[in-house]
Design a protein around this ligand. Structure first.
Ligand SMILES: Cc1ncc(COP(=O)(O)O)c(C=O)c1O
Length: 481
């Protein structure tokens, strides 16, 4: 379904769009829409208001809106069809995804700091070869196993036990990635229109999943230095009684915060009192980069079956595996598995065998990953200190990215400017609601150190450009003498 934006809604998103005295209104309007599209606040495929309607909402002439839309069509940010209206697009072969996701056609020189994901570990090939030996055991059965392969469920249960949380295979369901786990949990737990509490900022695809399930998003603002404000979070649960709270306690994406033990201890009980289920996303739990031991899992303080822990192999191993899981009370796992049949029946057997084999290499994979990531994190921090010393950041003790406070609310403009230097950035507003977070930028350290240093130099050049007045381009000499 195409989202249709009404005039007043777009007017609100545009904010103070008019440029200085030297910028004609149509050009300023087009530039602002381009900005909104590029940083994701205006998703792709959204139908913009008719020219007349937008003109009324902005109190300007229809000719100005027409000229702005024409400019946007010329730059590839708008596509129009007579009778069907105009909808947002991206130039240069960008593909439109369901929630405004776009990916450029491949560009060898592009430094992609838009996503925080690692390449596959070298052990994957061996695990895949070994999995083929395991496959014949399954070939005589139908292969539909909605809760997942028992051997993988047992291996995942063992991971929880190793963190001090006794877990049986019947408490584990294998999913196609963590995103799938979240979507299933939301399907089961959140009727349309019910409130779901999230951290702000948070992982954008979690927001997409909640909005996609018609949940009503409530936010808990994280503090820049310390993350969760325990009293405020517990009061929000009490007062708003959200159906679900979605939290990322280990190296929160994007801020990197780690939730301290006292709040972990209090959360499950407070959630029980407010009738809230806690969906705890442990995607980054294996990616500790410092020596400090992690606090126990939130689920270890749960006495009322209120916690669903979701996690998976995408961050420590490889996103292309598409293996995630849910740990919950056994009856809840059964309900989730039954629900899954109406979604995708079951996960692929062979992929789960590969995952089970790969988990046997876990120690070796992590022993390699952690020092590499630590070195990359430190290279990124030091390049930023050299090139952009006025930016502020906290060095996270784990995870895959820095959450950087910029010197001005320029995240969207900067990510657009960085494109022309061959750097793809995910601007701060992608991680917030309603166009907030313009002062922040998430910078992953998943690329090799040399590329990160190069990327920071390019970002610094793009930052410099923002302070220079836009260069005028003359199409023909104004006066020839
Ligand atoms: C917090 C969080 N949850 C879930 C996911 C998605 O994981 P998966 O690729 O396993 O679906 C990510 C990926 O970036 C993430 O950062």
């Amino acid at each position: 379904m195409t989202t249709v934006l009404q005039g007043p809604q777009l007017a609100r998103l545009l904010g103070r769009w008019q440029g200085g005295r030297n910028v004609p209104d149509y050009a300023a309007l087009a530039a602002t829409v381009r900005g909104l599209v590029s940083d994701g606040r205006l998703p792709l495929g959204v139908r913009l208001p008719a020219e007349r309607e937008l003109a009324v909402a902005l109190g300007i002439s229809r000719t100005t809106v027409s000229a702005a839309y024409r400019t946007l069509r010329e730059t590839g940010h708008l596509t129009s069809r007579r009778g069907a209206g105009s909808w947002t697009t991206m130039p240069g072969g960008a593909r439109v995804g369901h929630h405004g996701l776009w990916a450029l056609a491949s560009d060898a020189d592009l430094l992609d700091l838009g996503s925080a994901a690692l390449p596959a570990p070298p052990q994957l090939a061996a695990a895949a070869a070994e999995a083929l030996d395991d496959l014949p055991r399954y070939l005589s059965g139908p292969g539909y196993l909605p809760s997942g392969l028992v051997e993988l469920r047992a291996a995942v249960a063992q991971l929880f036990a190793a963190r001090g949380l006794a877990t049986g295979p019947d408490q584990i369901m294998i999913t196609s990635g963590v995103q799938h786990a979240l979507d299933l949990a939301l399907r089961l737990l959140v009727p349309a229109g019910q409130p779901v509490l999230v951290e702000s900022p948070t992982y954008p695809n979690a927001l997409a999943a909640i909005v996609g399930r018609r949940g009503r998003v409530l936010t808990h603002g994280l503090l820049p230095e310390s993350g969760w404000d325990a009293e405020l979070l517990l009061a929000t649960l009490r007062q708003n009684q959200p159906r679900v709270a979605y939290l990322v306690p280990e190296f929160q994406n994007p801020t990197g915060h780690l939730m301290a033990q006292p709040l972990r201890e209090r959360l499950p009980r407070a959630a029980h009192v407010s009738g809230t289920d806690l969906v705890v996303d442990e995607s980054f739990v294996d990616l500790t980069l410092d020596e400090t031991p992690l606090p126990p899992p939130v689920a270890s303080f749960d006495r009322h079956a209120r916690v669903l822990s979701i996690g998976g192999m995408s961050k420590p191993f490889w996103g292309g595996l598409r293996i995630g899981w849910i740990r919950a009370a056994a009856p809840l796992v059964q309900r989730l598995a039954a629900l899954r049949i109406g979604v995708d029946m079951a996960g692929p057997v062979l992929d789960q065998l590969v995952a089970a084999r790969l988990l046997r290499y876990r120690d070796a994979v992590l022993a390699q990953r952690r020092p590499e990531l630590r070195a990359q994190r430190d290279a990124l921090v030091s390049a930023l200190a050299t090139e952009l010393p006025e930016w502020r950041l906290r060095v996270p003790a784990g995870g895959l990215s820095l959450w950087v406070e910029l010197d001005a609310p320029i995240s969207g403009a900067l990510s657009r400017a960085a494109q022309s230097y061959g750097v793809r950035l995910a601007a701060g507003p992608r991680f917030g609601m309603d166009g907030t977070m313009e002062r922040y930028l998430r910078l992953p350290y998943t690329l090799p150190a040399g590329q990160l240093t190069d990327a920071v130099k390019r970002i610094a050049a793009a930052r410099g450009d923002l302070d220079r007045p836009a260069r005028r381009t003359w199409e023909s000499p104004a006066l020839v003498a």
